[in-house]
Design a protein around this ligand. Structure first.
Ligand code: SAH
Length: 257
């Protein structure tokens, strides 16, 4: 890859970060869903160590901190997100037990068997579900929990258009039954699985993007990359509207054997 394409790549990333930093959440989810997933996890104490991987600006991390004891390390690849994450934690009076760090989910800065809980909403796809659940396992204490949300097929068959869109965007998208089997084969006990309500996509994810898109386009007049990004997000929302019966996010909660 030449320098020129490298800089285009970097530019796109900074635009993508700027766009998603306008939102409280960078993926589908809701406070109620975070609390529901947490309800399946037992044994957390003020001494517990929790990691929120691919935390973004930390909307879900702050909900987690409000409902679980222990200290939480949020980790994200993008420094701008972590900057916002730490400012928000401080504003919420959480900075004594919630800390954001820049890092990558493919080389986590934790010790073997250090963590009581690994949390990750809408982010594990960045290294792939199967690789993520296998590689992250060693950082969990025996009996520690994994709680991740992940794009999943709700049916065995689906229309071609949506099958092609997702297979291109994330080839590892699969049925809930297949994901649960992967969890079991990776050395966890599957504890609970539930699908996220549609409102996590419509009310909590796509609706706040509508005013954010207007603002973002005003901030980047005549910028083709910015216009493309907005067009892509609108297309994605439109596909969701049409094909929501066939896919969505599921939460997977599992316990290390
Ligand atoms: N968990 C948040 C954000 C989900 S979006 C929420 O649910 O709102 C996915 C996040 O993964 C983004 O913040 C992105 O910056 C982060 N990410 C992408 N690749 C990553 C990597 N290799 N390591 C850590 N974080 C990564």
């Amino acid at each position: 890859m030449g320098n020129e394409s490298h800089s285009i790549h970097e530019f796109d990333y900074s635009l993508i970060c700027e766009y998603f930093a306008l939102l409280d959440r960078q993926g589908p989810g809701s406070p109620a869903v975070t609390v529901k997933a947490l309800s399946f996890i037992e044994g957390l104490t003020p001494a517990s160590r929790i990691a929120d991987i691919g935390c973004g600006t930390g909307g879900q991390t702050r909900v987690l901190a409000g409902h679980a004891p222990g200290s939480i390390t949020g980790l994200d690849l993008f420094p701008d997100f972590i900057h916002i994450f730490n400012a928000n934690s401080q504003a919420a009076g959480l900075s004594d037990r919630v800390r954001g760090v820049v890092g990558s989910m493919d080389s986590l800065p934790f010790g073997e068997e250090e963590l009581d809980l690994i949390w990750s909403e809408g982010a594990i796809y960045n290294i792939g579900f199967e690789r993520g659940i296998r590689e992250w396992r060693r950082f969990l204490k025996p009996g520690g929990y994994l709680a991740v949300s992940e794009a999943s097929w709700f049916t065995e068959c689906r229309p071609d258009e949506i099958d092609r869109f997702w297979t291109d965007a994330y080839p590892e998208i699969d049925t809930i039954a297949s994901k649960v089997r992967q969890i079991q084969l990776a050395g966890y006990v599957p504890v609970a699985t539930f699908t996220l309500p549609e409102s996590c996509w419509t009310d909590h994810f796509y609706a706040p993007q509508v005013p954010a898109q207007e603002r973002f386009l005003q901030q980047h007049p005549g910028n083709a990359a910015a216009a493309d990004l907005v067009a892509e997000q609108r297309h994605e929302a439109e596909l969701y509207d049409r094909y929501r019966a066939y896919y969505g996010y599921a939460f997977y909660i599992a316990k290390k054997l």
